[in-house]
Design a protein around this ligand. Structure first.
Ligand code: NAG
Ligand code: NAG
Ligand code: NAG
Length: 297
């Protein structure tokens, strides 16, 4: 009988120590998993940030903005290149969890030309040319700092503001708009391929970790916060071929959304990264701005 016990004990101990190891990794490495600011290589360095000039934009400011907790954030303020339906609007842009603002300049360029708006591309702490280390609390300080920059800078203080978030940037945008909707200057929210919460992402994004999801210390509970937004129209753009955030997350967010005006758009061939490059993406934004955001001022 003793032999049986020793056989039984071995796998139990082995698997529990593997679980301990895996959960330790999840706990300590999750910042690198959730905020892979090193990808593509060099992205979290000043030299690794492509400049707007590389995309033919010359009328912009390469900013360093201080946060109240003494980090310094990189940012591009890209002036409207022409007049358009959204002249006097600044779009505050929050990107996905890899790369940096420089990689998304073509989006700002397209928004600017199409809508005639300014764009503030804000870099999260730990990313690009910004100082610090990313986490949920810090990114929300960064987001508020970016919004306050628009509200107080001479060139933009009379602008209306539209907040735009892709992927984890959508989670940032949701919390920011929920906190700031009463001031009346935030007039629109655009969400692309974002998730309901980090915890609900774990089964699809990190399958081995699905039994230890409770160890996750980054929450981004968008599905709990989004319903607080009632005063700002919201556009949902869902890439139906998203291989990273299951499209059901966007559907679930749309379902809980309590905004008086909410618009649902799908990009049938859109995967997580390239939804923005698919046909109709900017048309959906233009229509939303014209019909729901500016038409209702
Ligand atoms: C933008 O603001 C300027 C100056 O306040 C004003 O003259 C202009 O009509 C505004 N444009 C739009 C499209 O609201
Ligand atoms: C999606 O991709 C297919 C195959 O490449 C193409 O035939 C179709 O037109 C695309 N649909 C849209 C809406 O872009
Ligand atoms: C999406 O972007 C990530 C990060 O830049 C990259 O690692 C991945 O290969 C991209 N996926 C596709 C399908 O382009």
């Amino acid at each position: 009988m003793a032999g049986y016990w020793s056989y039984l004990r071995l796998p139990v101990m082995a698997s529990s120590s593997i679980a301990a190891l895996a959960s330790g990794l999840l706990y300590f490495k999750q910042n690198d998993l959730i905020y892979p600011r090193y990808l593509p290589a060099g992205s979290n360095t000043e030299e690794g940030v492509p400049l707007p000039t590389q995309f033919g934009i010359s009328d912009y400011e390469d900013l360093r903005i201080a946060t109240p907790d003494k980090e310094t954030l990189g940012a591009f303020f890209i002036r409207a290149p022409n007049r358009g339906i959204a002249s006097n609007v600044t779009i505050l842009m929050f990107h996905g969890n890899a790369g940096n603002i420089g990689h998304r300049v073509p989006i700002a360029k397209y928004l600017g030309e199409n809508l005639g708006c300014n764009c503030l591309m804000l870099e999260y702490r730990g990313y690009g040319a910004s100082t610090g280390t990313p986490d949920e609390k810090g990114l929300m300080i960064d987001a508020q700092t970016g919004l306050d920059w628009i509200r107080t800078s001479k060139e933009t203080k009379d602008n209306k503001i539209v907040v735009y978030g892709q992927s984890i940037g959508g989670a940032v945008a949701i919390q920011l708009v929920a906190k700031n909707q009463d001031a009346g200057d935030v007039i629109g929210l655009i969400l692309e391929n974002t998730f309901t919460s980090i915890r609900k992402m774990i089964p699809s994004a990190f399958p081995p970790a699905k039994y230890i999801a409770w160890l996750c210390h980054q929450y981004w509970p968008s599905e709990d916060i989004l319903p607080q937004i009632t005063k700002v129209p919201i556009l949902f753009i869902s890439g139906l071929k998203d291989e990273i955030v299951p499209p059901q997350h966007m559907k679930d967010l749309f379902a809980v959304c309590q905004a008086k005006r909410k618009i649902w758009r799908t990009i049938p061939n859109g995967s997580h990264n390239d939804t923005v490059a698919e046909q109709d993406y900017f048309k959906y934004i233009y229509d939303f701005m014209e019909d729901e955001v500016l038409g209702n001022q």
